[in-house]
Design a protein around this ligand. Structure first.
Ligand SMILES: [Zn+2]
Length: 358
């Protein structure tokens, strides 16, 4: 950055220069919002391997989480009420204030399932014009009394390099469940800490839902079975090679019928459990979408879905080579790339988001 000396400025020049820069900064912020809107419109962040515009802002643009959050909330509110741009340019409305209003409106919708109308939002923005963060907070509390009773938000705080502090709200039902679990494991550990309890519960849960752990368990079981069979076959004649020729006519018919009813996986849109496990292991439980130009791979590990590399409607192939693991955003993005946005809009009208099912 260029070193500028302001020592020769008079006080008046210094203040005037600063006012001009701040005004330019606001205009620039609105330009940034316009660029972000266009990126979202083109799904460029998805093509580049980011699961959301929020992640794109943090990783690609190096914004802090709060700065990204403010800008995306501003983008949403400007989209809905373009006339507020002028108040942003004059400084009457800051991104912080706008973001606070937008967050409160979202919280109201989450809590009551009722969307705050554009008119209501507009009158609220009039009230917070020129107000500080604290004053805006008070106005929002007054405007949305139903949000006041909300429990303290969940927080994660880094306490040291290898320790996090987590705060969350536990209702009586959850506390009762904790007590039941503690009672049931009392013979192993009569007084577990919450950390120990969460380790146990997490392992228990992961053993059941983590596809990689499941695949490892199944492989271990198969290996054990193989070992057992080896032992049983010692000294016995192998008869499996003659198995088919020894089948009775009715058994042969049953075998053929079974094949028709359960065709090989390449003839079905759904892949086999074995393929599913192999794909999860290959992907290491992470979205496999990759920007072909940069090699940047999406880092999303939540809400992952199996997706055909070449859509089943075209390939009729559900083998491992044609299946990949992708996040909801990239599943939808890929389907839109293949079938066009108009087709997908119609499709999404009857299908939940993120489940193109093509
Ligand atoms: Zn992704």
């Amino acid at each position: 950055m260029e070193n500028i000396s302001l020592k020769h400025y008079t006080n008046a020049e210094l203040l005037e220069g600063l006012q001009i820069l701040v005004s330019q900064e606001r205009t620039l912020s609105l330009k940034v919002i316009a660029f972000l809107r266009e990126i979202r419109l083109r799904s460029l962040h998805l093509e580049m391997g980011y699961p959301s515009l929020f992640t794109f802002c943090i990783v690609e643009l190096k914004y802090s989480e709060a700065a990204a959050y403010y800008r995306l909330n501003t983008l949403d509110i400007v989209d809905e009420l373009p006339e507020i741009k002028q108040a942003i340019e004059t400084g009457e409305l800051s991104m912080t204030t706008l973001s606070m209003v937008q967050s409160a409106c979202k919280a109201k919708k989450r809590k009551t399932k009722i969307k705050v109308s554009a008119e209501d939002k507009k009158s609220l923005l009039e009230k917070v014009k020129g107000k500080s963060k604290k004053q805006t907070e008070a106005i929002l509390h007054q405007h949305f009394p139903e949000l006041q009773a909300s429990p303290k938000p969940e927080t994660e705080k880094k306490l040291s390099d290898d320790l996090m502090g987590i705060f969350f709200n536990a209702d009586p039902e959850l506390m009762k469940k904790f007590k039941e679990i503690k009672d049931l494991i009392a013979h192993q550990n009569p007084s577990p800490s919450y950390q120990e309890l969460f380790h146990m519960m997490s392992d228990f849960m992961l053993d059941r839902i983590d596809p990689i752990r499941k695949a490892q368990r199944i492989t271990r079981r198969q290996e054990r079975k193989k070992e057992d069979r080896k032992g049983e076959q010692t000294g016995l004649e192998k008869i499996s090679d003659h198995e088919d020729s020894l089948l009775q006519p009715a058994e042969v018919q049953h075998k053929v019928q079974n094949q028709v009813q359960n065709p090989p996986e390449t003839q079905s849109r759904h892949c086999s459990a074995q393929t599913e496990r192999a794909v999860w292991v290959r992907a290491q439980s992470r979205c496999e979408h990759m920007d072909e130009k940069t090699g940047h791979r999406c880092a999303e590990t939540k809400r992952l879905q199996l997706d055909h590399v070449i859509p089943y409607a075209i390939s009729h192939d559900s083998s491992e080579q044609n299946i990949q693991l992708v996040c909801t955003a990239h599943n939808l993005y890929r389907a839109t790339q293949w079938f066009g946005s108009e087709f997908m809009k119609q499709k999404m009208g009857s299908t939940p988001v993120g489940s193109p099912g093509i």
